[in-house]
Design a protein. Structure first.
Length: 1031
């Protein structure tokens, strides 16, 4: 039987892997390498080189979310420093209690390890006289009222409102707000305190006390005003009424409570925290649908900016509050997950549920049990898959009542689409009571997806702001009207006066188009490449009048200052030139900190124009009055209909514009294709399990066997019949039936030594081998699992530990290799700076000094050297420099790479490092790696000074903000969790109150989560073994 499966590629992205040996190619057919025995009874995997010299696949093919794959660094259990801190705090507390035994005024101070908060005040008071930049800051801040957020959640206001609480504080009023929070409710009696510190086993009792106190402390202060108490009572009452109604009334009843089955408080929170006073009609209709009431699966599809998220959030709240079940919210990008965590943390604190982040290397597998509190897991696609796997493994998937998938059309997006499909197929197969809700703006084949998810659908054309689409050909502008035969109806001639020099430089009249709207209104210019973004931004500035510089000058100066400080004094020369005009570029070459600053400035109106790549359309909610598509291409590929729709969908700011408009700039040659683009139906979304030579099917089968979901061919067949691939079998499995593909994949997994047949007599069931388990547990790409095994084995033989280099090399992602070509001169220079031991290690992995020297001298090297190893080592050198210096800019400069790429390398290495850690945990022979990789993951995840790490664990707090917070005296998570957002906003430069609220809420949530984890660990320790009595 030929084991080669030929499939049609599903993704339109360019791939050139044809030369690569497929992992579907049986190992015996490949070039056999000097084989190390693999760790299983099925035995020998021929350690073939899965990566041949054609390793030219783009990184995004394997991981289009470059910051994300899998990992669970965030484990408090393994965080011994946290326990040590607790111990220290315990000692402090004992000391404190002794000091204050007689002082009944002063309640127990929680987590006040080093409460030197006078520095907080003095840092504000002693602030050097405001520099020019500072005065700009003030006027900048004046420009922004955050009225919408004045109505802070009561949990955050309560402490301030209650005069008694203030009285109970030992400190002055000014100090109060920056003090670590004291226990707001119970003033602990002297007796009680004495009892506590007299008690034996002090460590346990103090830790216990602290853990409980931390939770109480981080949660809402309960010493609240009468109105707040009354409100709470109303909420509780309403929740219980809603729950009773749920139980008693018929399932078809739509009216389960005052606000779609939820307490009025939810409505108030939506108004206060989101500024949304009333729901759109379609949102109300959708929430009242029978399918929603009866918890059937649902896909709803509306144009961009239609307000889909709010409906999903209300349904999530219903699940958490009324049904008391957990919910999983899947979003496509790390930045979106962080934004949602920040936004929903306040809801969690007010309504008493946990909000947990699963993105990058954050997220615990399996999650903490929550001790009665429901959890909302907000996850990227990859982390959601890991989470679902861990819940299946621990038999807890039924606790998840609702799974919401945003941007459901991403099912059709390469390997990431395959991961969504695997996740949903598992949920559908295992937990029949879990409701699935998907939303999208661009689904062309709703029926297929409906069939896959056994879902009903709801569609609506609603758009809060009318969108007018135009195209520009030469100097004429045509309105798009797909109903007309010609598609384009003449609208107007572009009015502009160009000099001949200008005409040469701006042939497409972009300056004329943008100056019709900026600076008073906003504009996005989508460009086909990153370089083009920078060039177009620079070119536009060249022709803008001086008036543009005057517009919001002070605010722009502040922005430049912040950009500079985010780069540790370095400022991008392009931004330096464009920001004074109110322009910036936005693409993956910027660091995430720069991107965030640019996005915030654009949202606040400080910047009026962004030139950007298509990624901006998918990731963030940054609407514009006018959207210009510089050309109908993304890189060299003609736009897809869904990409076009996502981009033009950014036009029109709800509540601000009466309409939005998009203009697609066309050349004559593109006219025919463009007509198709604007009028064709949306592309259909196809299963991607066959993507990359069927890698998805292979991974899926491996994990369903590993998770004990299935263990026979028949059961696998049954499972596969519930996939989207099965629904689309005729379209996707062109040469073989799905059943044939399934059987072949099982055979291949056996050949690769990942799956075996039980040797028990009469059994014959399929089982994963140790290597198979390590592969799916570590979420290691099947293409690399045997290569990784070999590299780690070889590493063990001669692990060099007097520098990080060897370990870093072992966790440098294989799929990043194609992203950068070594600069040989730089390589040589760096090589010569290595220690003798490091050079020896380099030679041992296959890169000698003489080889690099010859390459640097431009000589041809005949020796057979593995290019992948050479490039991987180069990336490892970059990473080692980063770990040493933590300065992205200087490393970027030294290695002549873009800072964005370096940041991507760092984040994907941290994620891969945690994958490798999980991989090694399953293979006993790799035991020494566990401790080493745990620490390395931590270092790679937060490549900053150690003291900033606790602050950066809070969703969306990046290095610059962490530094500001640290310098302002907020040195730990507990400081942040107990901070008063008002003071925080005043103390920290350029921190708006809304942001301060979100930071405090997220910190409280994280502290709760950590305390829960400790509590769970303790409960497990103290639990009486069930089988004890029978002994
Ligand atoms: N009822 C409402 N009233 C006013 N604004 C609303 C309402 N519902 C949602 N919005 C706002 O509309 C904006 C767009 O909403 P949302 O992000 O949910 O759109 P979407 O349908 O998910 O679009 P996309 O497909 O682009 O992701 C958000 O800023 C949101 O706060
Ligand atoms: Mg959306």
């Amino acid at each position: 039987m030929s084991a080669e499966i030929k499939v049609r590629r599903q993704s339109s992205r360019k791939r050139s892997r044809d030369r690569r040996i497929s992992h579907l190619t049986p190992a015996r057919k490949r070039t056999s390498a000097s084989g190390r025995q693999c760790p299983d009874n099925t035995g020998q995997i021929e350690l073939s080189r899965a990566l041949d010299k054609s390793m030219d696949a783009t990184f995004s093919e394997y991981c289009s979310d470059p910051e994300d794959l899998f990992g669970d660094y965030d484990s408090i259990v393994s965080d011994s420093s946290f326990l040590a801190k607790l111990d220290r705090v315990g000692q402090n507390m004992r000391q404190h209690d002794i000091d204050h035994t007689t002082s009944s005024r002063c309640p127990v101070i929680l987590l006040a390890g080093n409460p030197d908060f006078t520095s907080l005040k003095s840092s504000t008071d002693n602030c050097p006289k405001q520099s020019c930049d500072d005065s700009m800051t003030e006027s900048f801040l004046e420009g922004f009222t955050d009225d919408a957020f004045l109505d802070m959640p009561s949990s955050q206001l309560a402490f301030l409102q209650d005069p008694q609480t203030a009285d109970r504080n030992c400190c002055t009023d000014e100090d109060k707000t920056s003090m670590p929070m004291r226990h707001p409710e119970k003033s602990v009696s002297t007796e009680e305190r004495n009892e506590r510190h007299i008690a034996p086993k002090a460590r346990k009792s103090v830790s216990d006390h602290l853990k409980r106190a931390m939770m109480a402390n981080a949660a809402t202060p309960s010493s609240v005003s009468r109105t707040a108490v009354q409100k709470e009572a109303v909420v509780t009452e309403e929740i219980s009424v809603a729950m009773q109604a749920m139980e008693s009334v018929s399932m078809a009843t739509t009216d389960l409570g005052p606000f779609f089955g939820l307490p009025t408080k939810v409505k108030e929170l939506i108004c206060n925290l989101k500024g949304i006073k009333d729901l759109y009609e379609w949102q109300k209709t959708c929430l009242n649908l029978d399918s929603v009431q009866q918890r059937r699966n649902l896909i709803y599809s509306l144009p961009t900016s239609g307000g889909k998220t709010l409906v999903a959030e209300i349904l999530i709240l219903k699940e958490l509050l009324c049904r008391k079940k957990d919910a999983l919210f899947i979003l496509p990008y790390v930045s979106l997950v962080q934004e949602k965590v920040r936004g929903l943390a306040s809801f969690g604190l007010e309504l008493d549920f946990m909000v947990e982040e699963y993105a990058g290397s954050k997220g615990r597998f399996p999650p903490v049990k929550g001790r009665g509190k429901r959890s909302l897991y907000i996850a990227t696609i990859e982390k959601a898959h890991g989470l679902v796997n861990s819940l299946i493994e621990t038999n807890r998937l039924d606790n998840v009542g609702l799974v919401v998938v945003d941007e459901l059309h991403m099912l059709g997006d390469g390997s990431r689409g395959a991961i969504i499909e695997m996740t949903l197929a598992k949920v559908l197969y295992i937990s029949k009571s879990t409701q699935i809700i998907g939303m999208s703006a661009t689904l062309g084949n709703l029926q297929d997806i409906q069939k896959f998810l056994k879902a009903e659908s709801y569609t609506n054309d609603f758009r809060p702001v009318e969108l007018k689409e135009y195209v520009k050909l030469k100097d004429s502008i045509y309105e798009v009207d797909p109903k007309e035969e010609e598609c384009f109806r003449f609208s107007r001639v572009l009015n502009f006066k160009y000099s001949s020099a200008m005409q040469k430089i701006d042939q497409d009249h972009i300056v004329a188009l943008v100056t019709e709207v900026i600076p008073s209104q906003s504009c996005l210019v989508f460009c086909p490449t990153k370089k083009n973004c920078e060039n177009v931004a620079g070119m536009i500035c060249k022709y803008l009048k001086e008036d543009f510089i005057q517009h919001k000058q002070a605010e722009k100066a502040v922005l430049l200052g912040e950009l500079r400080s985010s780069g540790n004094g370095c400022l991008c020369p392009v931004l330096k030139k464009t920001v004074p005009y109110g322009l910036a570029y936005h693409h993956s070459g910027l660091t995430s900190e720069e991107r965030k600053l640019v996005e915030e400035a654009y949202s606040a109106g400080v910047l009026c124009l962004l030139t950007c790549t298509s990624t901006l359309a998918a990731g963030i909610n940054l609407p514009a009055r006018r959207v210009i598509l510089r050309s109908p291409y993304v890189a060299a590929d003609f736009l897809k209909r869904s990409q076009y729709k996502q981009m033009v969908g950014r036009a029109g700011r709800a509540g601000i514009d009466t309409h939005g408009e998009s203009i697609l700039i066309l050349q004559d040659k593109d006219k025919v294709l463009a007509k198709k683009l604007v009028s064709a139906p949306m592309e259909i979304c196809k299963s991607n399990l066959m993507h990359s030579d069927g890698k998805g099917v292979l991974s899926l089968i491996l994990s369903v066997i590993g998770l004990n979901i299935t263990n026979s061919l028949e059961q696998i067949r049954d499972f596969m019949s519930g996939t989207l691939l099965s629904v689309q079998e005729k379209q996707v499995c062109l040469e073989r039936s799905l059943w044939e593909v399934t059987q072949e994949c099982v055979e291949l997994l056996k050949e690769k030594g990942l799956v075996t047949v039980s040797t028990e007599p009469q059994d014959g069931s399929l089982q994963v081998t140790k290597l198979g388990r390590a592969t799916y547990k570590g979420s290691v790409d099947l293409t690399y699992c045997d290569l990784l095994y070999r590299d780690l084995s070889k590493g063990l033989e001669s692990l060099m530990l007097n520098s990080f280099l060897h370990l870093i090399y072992l966790v440098t992602p294989y799929d990043m290799v194609s992203q950068c070509k070594p600069d040989w001169m730089v390589y040589f220079r760096q090589f010569t700076l290595l220690s003798a031991a490091e050079q020896k290690m380099c030679a041992a992995v296959g890169v000698s000094e003489s080889f690099v020297a010859r390459k640097a001298a431009g000589q041809n090297v005949k020796k057979n050297v593995d290019q992948v190893v050479v490039s991987r080592l180069y990336l490892a050198l970059v990473l080692q420099s980063l770990l040493k210096e933590t300065d992205l800019w200087s490393v970027a400069d030294r290695f002549q790479l873009s800072r964005g790429l370096i940041q991507t390398l760092l984040s994907s290495s941290s994620v891969f490092c945690s994958c490798v850690l999980h991989f090694t945990e399953e293979l006993e022979e790799f035991w020494p790696f566990k401790a080493l990789l745990t620490e390395l993951t931590r270092r790679l995840t937060y490549c900053v000074q150690a003291e900033l790490i606790p602050l950066m664990e809070v969703a969306g707090v990046m290095e610059r903000r962490a530094k500001q917070l640290y310098n302002a005296g907020y040195k730990t998570l507990a400081h942040l969790a107990n901070a008063d957002p008002n003071v925080l906003a005043k103390t920290v430069e350029n921190l708006f109150k809304k942001q301060a609220n979100q930071i405090v809420a997220s910190a409280k949530m994280l502290l709760n989560e950590k305390a829960d984890a400790l509590q769970e660990e303790m409960d497990d320790l103290l639990m009486m073994p069930l089988d004890l009595l029978s002994l």
